[in-house]
Structures are given as structure tokens and as C-alpha cells.
Design a protein around this ligand. Structure first.
Ligand SMILES: *Cc1c(COP(=O)(O)O)cnc(C)c1O
Length: 435
């Protein structure tokens, strides 16, 4: 498997040769769904194994002392061009590198990084960019743990924040940016927001950022948590975002059997975040990376089917006499939100809010009567899940904030899977009858 000649000539450890350019055929650019089966992996390097083996190792062997020195010259910047090859598994590994290459393909990102969880991806992003005295600007609401990280954890290190509501206009966003007293290290978005499903106007955020900062060195990057719609139904890099953040636990993993995270974007931003990941070791493990490679092969199939199922289920629920309202992106009534949807999204996703007529009693009766849908938090898996935010994920949120976020006792959150749509409708129908 080793190629001594190549190692001698280049000094690069021979474990991974340059990747083969297999992303076009006859001048035709291959689609992500096709590239997921082979991109970034050469079977020749692994005894002809069709699938990448799981590289269970903590460290990598240098062919000779000079190659080791050459590597560290690259790491430390003593030699331009950076470090190539693999050295130690806190930094990277073949499974994670292939996964990063394939993840980037979906959004034509220059580079990508994978992490041990969505939250470790978000935390590593923040740690790589903020310093005491900074003011993070973010859209609201955010995933609860992200709000905790910004407000309570980074707050302890002298980092402040200001937020604007998800649907804000360019003028409103500009006003918030001008209020920031410290340096603004980054603008952080989440769209659609959890649990309101409110969309953020990424183009308006980019226009506001450019109006306030121009082309100065202080111009902060825009990062966005795209977990709910990406990469199939929303591609923020095309609308002015610089970095896209994922909980790969959700649609990308897609089988509710792993926890992982990702960040995609330009090489320059990714390298800043990579240095922090190298330092603190928030990379995902090889086994999880391997599972995600398998998941990405069916990503488009799974997400397409789940999206179609959700459209059918929501069409059924919408006019049901026991349903007050369905908060699904396919049914937007608000003009501003519908306009953002038209510009940014290619599908409504499969996660939505169901408001039943009544309160907690009715919601619990409905949840307890479901048979196909399982009662669990999380989303984006092959199976349909249902939960009660007011009594579960958002139990500790103060009442006034719950009202502002629309987290009422009659709200049920649903993530539709890839089951048969008519079976799902039959399940919802009998559960509504049981209320
Ligand atoms: C689940 C989730 C996260 C956190 O991801 P983990 O993989 O659980 O760490 C962050 N943002 C959103 C929108 C999520 O749904």
C-alpha cells in the first residue's frame, strides 16, 4: 500500500495521494447525489476496498525523520504552503477528510470541518473568533444551547451580545449593528429559527453588514445555523453568508443514531476555525465520520421523501376540525416571511409546529395516542418524531418569553420521516380522534 518513491520525492507521507479529479464526466459537472458515492476516496490506497475502511488509530507513522521535520515546518509556518498528510488524530483522519470533502460538495463550499456535535462546532466557531470586549450580533430566537453559550458562557469572558428578531428588515438589522459598542467579531444567524420556524433574510443581513462596515478589516463574517433546511432546501452561501453551521445529528446523519456537527465556508475562515479545533480536539471520531459517509449517500433521497411526506401530512392537518393552526413553511401567510422563503428556500422541510385546539390536556392526549410517530426530541431522522416544547425542550424558558416565541401548551413539534405518507396520515387521524 505504501509508495516509497512518492514519499522520497515529495517528503509527504504517502498515506493519501492528491485526490483524483472525478467531479466531471464529458464536461458535465456531476451532481452532489452522484459524488456522494466516491468523491475524495481512492480505493487503491486501501487495498481496493470499495468503501473507506474505518481508520482506528491515534497517530500516523512518518516514512523518515526529514519528512517529520518537513511536516512540522508546514504546521508552524516555517515553510509556506502549510502541512500536508496526517500526523495525529486530534487534528484529522482519512474518514473525517473524506466526509469534509463530500459535505462541502452540497453547497459548493471551498472547505469544511466536522465536529463531535453541532454544539461543539458552534462553540469552536465562537472560540476561534471572539475576544473580551466584543459584541456578537445574532438573530433571535436561537437553539437554546446556542443562546446559553453566547449569553451565559461567553458572557463570563467579557463577550457581549445584541440580537434582532428573525424576520427583521435591512434597516432594523443596520440599527442593531450600529448600537454595538465593542468590536463585532461575527454575525450569527439561525434560519428557520427553532421553534418558531421564522426565516432570517440573509441577503438583508449581508446588505446591512456591508452598509455599516464597508470593505474594512472590521467587516465581520456572517455565520448561519442551517440545520433545519440544509443542504437541500436552503444554501446560505449563495445568499451572502460566509459560514454555514450544521448539527449533522439531524438530516445529514438522518437515522437518529449519531451526534456530530459541521462548518462550511471559505478556506480562510475555515483555517481559523481549524486551528481552534486542532487545539481543543472537537473533531468527530472516525466511526461517526464513516456513518455520516453512509448517510450522505442517501441524503437527497431521504430529505426529498421526508419533504414530500410533510407536505401531504400538513395538507391533511391544515383543515382538520381539531387543529387550530399548522406552522409549516409551505403555508406562509405573512408577506415578509413569504418573500424571504421565495428568495432563499427551495422546500418547506419536514419539521413543523402543530397547534391543536385546547391546551396541554389535548396536546398530551394527541401525543399519547400516536402509534407510528415516536415521542422524542430531535428531528431529521428516517422516523417521524413528535414532542411538546412547552413541557419538554422549553420547560425552563420564562413564561413571558414562551408567549413571545409562540410556545403555548397546545403546541406539538413534529419532524416527519420517510415512512409511507398515507400510513402517517392514518396515524395522525386516529390520534386527533382520540383527543
Ligand atoms: C440540534 C441542533 C443543534 C445542536 O446540535 P447537536 O448535534 O445536538 O449538538 C444546533 N442547532 C440546531 C438548529 C439544532 O436543531
Amino acid at each position: 500500500m505504501t509508495d516509497e518513491t512518492e514519499a522520497d520525492l515529495t517528503g509527504v507521507p504517502p498515506r493519501r495521494r492528491p485526490k483524483l479529479p472525478v467531479d466531471t464526466v464529458g464536461g458535465r459537472r456531476l451532481k452532489p447525489a452522484t459524488l456522494m458515492m466516491g468523491h475524495g476516496y481512492d480505493p487503491v490506497l486501501s487495498e481496493g476496498s470499495l468503501k473507506p475502511p474505518i481508520f482506528a488509530t491515534s497517530t500516523y507513522v512518518f516514512p523518515n525523520a526529514a519528512a517529520g521535520k518537513r511536516h512540522f515546518e508546514g504546521v508552524t509556518g516555517k515553510r509556506p504552503g502549510g502541512a500536508e498528510g496526517l500526523v495525529y488524530s486530534r487534528f484529522n483522519g482519512p474518514n473525517q477528510e473524506i466526509l469534509e470533502d463530500r459535505l462541502g460538495v452540497w453547497e459548493a463550499a471551498e472547505d469544511a470541518l466536522v465536529f463531535s456535535s453541532g454544539m461543539s462546532a458552534i462553540a469552536t466557531l465562537f472560540l476561534s473568533m471572539v475576544q473580551p470586549g466584543d459584541t456578537i450580533i445574532h438573530s433571535g430566537p436561537l437553539y437554546a444551547a446556542t443562546e446559553t453559550l453566547i449569553g451565559r458562557v461567553l458572557g463570563r469572558f467579557g463577550v457581549d451580545y445584541l440580537d434582532f428578531p428573525a424576520g427583521a428588515t435591512q434597516d432594523e438589522i443596520e440599527a442593531v449593528l450600529r448600537k454595538a459598542e465593542g468590536r463585532v467579531p461575527l454575525i450569527y444567524l439561525e434560519s428557520p429559527a427553532n421553534p418558531t420556524n421564522a426565516l432570517v433574510d440573509i441577503e438583508a443581513v449581508a446588505a446591512a453588514r456591508d452598509a455599516v462596515f464597508g470593505d474594512t478589516v472590521e467587516k465581520p463574517p456572517i455565520a448561519i445555523d442551517n440545520t433545519f433546511l440544509g443542504p437541500l432546501w436552503q444554501q446560505p452561501l449563495q445568499h451572502g453568508a460566509d459560514l454555514v453551521v450544521y448539527s449533522l445529528t439531524k438530516y445529514a446523519g438522518g437515522h437518529s443514531d449519531l451526534v456530530a456537527g459541521g462548518v462550511l465556508g471559505s478556506k480562510a475562515h475555515i483555517n481559523t476555525i481549524r486551528s481552534m479545533r486542532n487545539t481543543i480536539g472537537t473533531i468527530c471520531d472516525p466511526n461517526t465520520a464513516w456513518m455520516l459517509l453512509r448517510s450522505l449517500e442517501t441524503l437527497e433521497l431521504r430529505m426529498s421523501r421526508a419533504g414530500e411526506n410533510a407536505a401531504k401530512v400538513c395538507a391533511f392537518l391544515k383543515d382538520h376540525p381539531k387543529v387550530e393552526r399548522v406552522g409549516y413553511l409551505g403555508f406562509l401567510k405573512d408577506d415578509r416571511q413569504a418573500d424571504i422563503y421565495r428568495r432563499h428556500c427551495t422546500g418547506g422541510g419536514s419539521t413543523f409546529s402543530l397547534y391543536l385546539k385546547g391546551g396541554e390536556r389535548e396536546a398530551f392526549a394527541f401525543l399519547d395516542a400516536l402509534t407510528i410517530a415516536k415521542l422524542a426530541v430531535s428531528l431529521g431522522g428516517t422516523e417521524t418524531l413528535a414532542s411538546h416544547p412547552a413541557g419538554m425542550t422549553h420547560l425552563s424558558v420564562p413564561d413571558a418569553r414562551k408567549v413571545a416565541l409562540g410556545i403555548t401548551d397546545n403546541l406539538v413539534r413534529i419532524s416527519i420521516g420517510v415512512e409511507d405518507a398515507d400510513d402517517l396520515i392514518a396515524d395522525f387521524e386516529q390520534a386527533l380522534a382520540a383527543i
